[in-house]
Write a protein that binds this ligand. Structure first.
Ligand code: SF4
Ligand code: SF4
Length: 337
């Protein structure tokens, strides 16, 4: 930071506001792919009602954590008392090199180090760059890094990440239920810097550019994605990552119903079909460091994977979430079946 931007505060004292252009410039400097600012207001009733209905109808399957926070997730003040601003940040994880199409596939986000850690670290760096209680970032607490003035949230805190990303003008929610960022696509992870401070200029939602496109819905092999919404219980991402225990015959049938190349962990089909991902310009270094050893694993290697190899291969990776048993269940269901 140089010149008159040395101090990110505009004005002094209790009524100070942060400079939005400075926050965005620092976000770009740190390598974030998008940054927007949302003023904290009560979550729209339509969003809260739709979320509660989705949970009540059981579409979240075994993902009990989605129901854990109740109404707290509609109130950012429950995460940071006095929260007035949400800085929404996105980091691309689209890999430049991918697993050959004749081998079992894993979702792009699982190619790299656990994105939670990378994202949290980068948002902390942003907070430090903005001069926000830098000393307290030494805290060992996973989420709370400051004495009440800011908080970093990545997936773990009860924050409706995509809702705030839309409010912050980052992109729109596509028919595939992903946040689509113009020129960047949807292979991004989101995180938030919650502030008690205000900023001088807030962003507004942008137009939805899905138009009459239907490609994501057409690409879904299990009909989890329809014009009516998404049923996680039929979705390969849910079944191969979140579902615990053996597959029922119906679930195994859904997992096997994929055309080649078949996924053994997650599913990117409805994102790969999206023209906004084809046109995206995030072809530089991905924000999330890649685990390159994954790229050369063959179907035979997967079938023979031992627990020790699994632990070594996925140390510090998001794949740990499926556990060895879950991954082997997927492999045995998909390969040679
Ligand atoms: S992730 Fe795969 S299974 Fe799930 S909705 Fe998208 S295309 Fe369908
Ligand atoms: S594939 Fe088409 S409809 Fe689906 S999210 Fe992308 S632009 Fe929207």
């Amino acid at each position: 930071m140089t010149g008159h931007h040395d101090n990110p505060l505009v004005g002094e004292g209790r009524n100070s506001v942060l400079s939005s252009s400075l926050i965005k410039a620092e976000a770009v400097r740190l390598g974030f792919d998008a940054c927007g600012l949302a003023r904290v207001t009560p979550v729209d009733t339509s969003t809260a009602d739709a979320f509660n209905r989705w949970i009540a109808e059981g579409h979240h399957g075994d993902m009990d954590y989605m129901n854990r926070y109740g109404d707290a997730r509609f109130h950012p003040e429950s995460v940071l008392p006095g929260c007035r601003t949400i800085v929404s940040l996105a980091l691309s994880y689209r890999p430049q090199t991918t697993i050959p199409v004749d081998q079992p596939q894993i979702a792009y986000y699982a190619y790299g180090r656990d994105y939670h850690d990378v994202m949290k670290q980068k948002i902390r760096e942003l907070a430090v760059a903005l001069g926000l209680n830098a000393a307290s970032t030494q805290s060992s607490s996973p989420d709370v890094v400051a004495g009440g003035s800011f908080r970093v949230a990545v997936d773990t805190a009860p924050i409706l990440e995509r809702y705030w990303a839309v409010k912050a003008g980052l992109g729109w929610i596509g028919r595939n239920h992903n946040l689509i960022i113009p020129h960047k696509g949807s292979f991004v992870v989101l995180g938030e810097l919650l502030l008690t401070a205000e900023v001088d200029i807030y962003d507004s939602p942008i137009t939805n550019h899905c138009g009459s496109c239907h490609r994501c819905i057409d690409a879904c092999p299990t009909c989890a994605l329809t014009d009516e919404g998404i049923d996680a219980r039929r979705c390969l991402s849910y079944l191969t990552i979140e579902h615990r225990g053996p597959f029922s015959p119906e679930q195994a049938d859904l997992v096997r119903r994929q055309p080649a190349p078949r996924y053994i962990y997650g599913c990117d089909r409805c994102q790969l079909a999206c023209p906004h991902n084809r046109l995206s310009d995030n072809s530089g270094d991905p924000g999330i460091p890649l685990n390159t050893s994954l790229l050369s694993i063959t179907a035979a290697d997967w079938k023979a994977l031992t627990r020790e190899q699994y632990q070594q291969l996925f140390r510090g990776s998001a794949v740990k979430r499926a556990k060895y048993e879950g991954l082997m269940r997927n492999i045995q269901t998909v390969i040679d079946n």
